[in-house]
Design a protein around this ligand. Structure first.
Ligand SMILES: NC(=O)c1ccc[n+]([C@@H]2O[C@H](COP(=O)([O-])OP(=O)(O)OC[C@H]3O[C@@H](n4cnc5c(N)ncnc54)[C@H](O)[C@@H]3O)[C@@H](O)[C@H]2O)c1
Length: 379
């Protein structure tokens, strides 16, 4: 890996005290020393935002009242931030990303890209018109063994893809915790802040992205049964979706947040003509290759047998577990490589992936509501 020529100045919107993913972004951005947090609006509450900025060692004049002020005043500086990271609830992703791109800032946004498909398509036009940089943090594609799985499928190691099962099971919303003041649950169960999708938009979209990322195939049709299982909730909390891939192969996507006792059970199985590949997020440092003769090969993280794509994002020798933060940091590293070295990391997810995710959510919801049989998934 080439040495960085400069450190990228990062602004963060969201990620204040008690937030979940903002701190993960900060750890990820800091891990390779390629980003320095220089500005932010960390909370809706200016006092909390200032307090957070002081904790992060940011000059108080660069902790702004809102994102508009941040973008305007940073643009006037001699040393403006290079990149804006968006780690707010979903409904703010679109207005912040659009405004940042319009003002010439690169954008790292958390998923889902926007609150609706129409917004995602509009954002795609903004990215194209401005020629700006936009990346989504689909965390799981940052894991070395997910990149290994992708490389092995692409190299034909399991033959043509015949069937995929992707499952994302959580249980933390099996009761109405959104009524207890739990802030992550509150906004996720509120259509005004979460967007059109509940479970579908929060984790279904991760499962969908992982399926397409690893298999290299596109979903072309779906038939969905999306429910709100816990009474009184305004958004879906359980999704069961049959999919058809562009090579005709069938697939199944299951995502739930009401699976009592489940933690973060994201698991992918890709079955090919000559074998199958399996990865699970709760044991991310092993990849299983199953053969029709009943044998299973376990590929360990850090193994010398890894593909160049996986080796490029491996930080530690085999036997030293890497996890969520390192996977996130690999995405930040990809961004830095693109912005500083002008390389073309192929694993980055841009606005097309964002549009695809929003199309999946809306198509699944509409199909399920209408009991419509099979629906084409476009774009
Ligand atoms: N990539 C992943 O694996 C992953 C995991 C978790 C969450 N996420 C995504 O990250 C985003 C945030 O989720 P979370 O769980 O961290 O939420 P959270 O509620 O923990 O944090 C949201 C933060 O945004 C701040 N905020 C809200 N409105 C703001 C505004 N107008 N200006 C500035 N800050 C504002 C809040 O004060 C809070 O600090 C969501 O879009 C979610 O889908 C992604």
């Amino acid at each position: 890996m080439a040495m960085p020529t400069r450190i990228l100045r990062l602004a963060m919107i969201g990620g204040g005290p008690g937030s979940f993913i903002g701190p993960v972004h900060r750890m990820a951005a800091g891990l390779d020393g390629r980003f320095a947090l220089a500005a932010g609006v960390f909370s809706r509450d200016p006092h909390k935002s200032q307090q957070a900025g002081a904790t992060f060692g940011i000059d108080a004049t660069r902790v702004y009242g809102d994102y508009d002020e941040l973008l305007t005043l940073e643009r006037r500086r001699k040393d403006p931030v290079d990149v804006v990271a968006i780690v707010t609830p979903n409904h703010l992703h679109f207005p912040i990303a659009r405004a940042a791109l319009e003002k010439g800032f690169a954008v790292i946004s958390d998923k889902p890209a926007t609150a609706t498909l129409v917004e995602a398509q509009e954002l795609q036009r903004v990215v194209e018109r401005t020629g700006g940089f936009y990346a989504l943090t689909y965390t799981y594609s940052g894991y070395p063994l997910v990149r290994e799985a992708r490389a092995r499928v692409a190299a034909g190691e399991i033959g043509a893809v015949r069937k995929i099962i992707v499952e994302y099971s959580q249980g933390w919303l099996s009761e109405r915790v959104e009524l207890t003041g739990q802030r992550q649950a509150q906004w996720r169960c509120d259509p005004a802040q979460s967007g059109v999708g509940g479970c579908s938009g929060d984790i279904g979209v991760h499962a969908f992205q992982l399926l397409e990322f690893v298999s290299g195939r596109r979903v072309v049709e779906l038939c969905a049964d999306v429910s709100t299982v816990v009474a009184g909730r305004a958004l879906d909390d359980d999704c069961n979706v049959l999919l058809r891939l562009d090579n005709g192969a069938p697939a199944v996507l299951h995502a739930t947040q009401i699976g009592a006792g489940e933690r973060n059970g994201l698991r992918l199985r890709v079955y090919g003509e000559s074998g199958a590949i399996e990865w699970a997020q709760e044991s991310p440092n092993r990849l299983c290759i199953h053969r029709p003769d009943g044998t299973t090969q376990i590929v360990h993280a850090g193994a010398s047998a890894l593909s160049p794509a996986a080796r490029a994002v491996t930080r530690l020798p085999s036997g030293h577990p890497e996890g969520y933060v390192e996977a996130f940091a690999n995405i930040y590293r990809d961004v830095a490589e693109r912005l500083i070295e002008r390389g073309e990391p192929t694993a980055l997810c841009g606005i097309e992936v964002g549009v695809r995710g929003m199309a999946f959510i809306e198509c699944a919801l509409a199909n399920s509501r209408a009991r419509a049989g099979w629906s084409r998934l476009t774009p």
